[in-house]
Design a protein around this ligand. Sequence first.
Ligand code: PGA
Length: 244
Amino acid sequence: MTVERRPLIAGNWKMNGLAADGLALARALAAAPEGAADLLVCPPATLLAPVASILSGSPVALGAQDCHAREAGAHTGDLSAEMLADAGCAYVIAGHSERRAAHGESDAAVGAKAAAAHRAGLVAIVCVGETAAERDAGEAEAVVAASLLGSLPDSARPGNTVVAYEPVWAIGTGRTPTVDEVAAVHAALRAALGDRGAGMRILYGGSVKPDNAGALLAPCDVDGALVGGASLSAADFLAIAGAA
Ligand code: PGA
């Protein structure tokens, strides 16, 4: 049986965007005609509330880039999934490789964040990806499948979880795996998901640009993209969405 998975094109603005640029970008996306893909933007936390009001009534969804596992408490500087939902988010990224590397987030910590997202009614975008050394050693598929299974809480379902395959060496570098390599990893992730796999969206991320999006999004197990740098340009982001 073939399961329809509508593509999702998600923009991760990372630590970019002051109000002037970020709100203009959000306005441009909110005004764009609806296409074949679902659109999501994940601005920095400072812009969540104003971007939420710009996107309200548009088909573009709002997400955050990280959350704490707890609901509230003495965690200076952190934001709970409930706070993000309260600010208008429908999604939150969990376990982006930049957070895994710079903040020491383990698979278990990522799983706790994804569980927190589910508790708050958010869709968790759970990120996994291999290093260049792991790929060179022929371990990419095994490494990402194990990382995914270690990062998914029991509460993960196709309706509340999106997987993002992001090779660490492809993020922000302009380098990408071949289409065959992407297809092989996505098929391995789909298989690792077992019963949950058929309906769960698996995005590719890492140097997705308008000129490579059509090829990278073509394999049947690729259900969209997580876009960093190119999501800071409305034209580029919408061109990627148009290729989905
Ligand atoms: P990039 O980032 O598109 O700039 O490579 C992707 C990501 O980190 O999600």
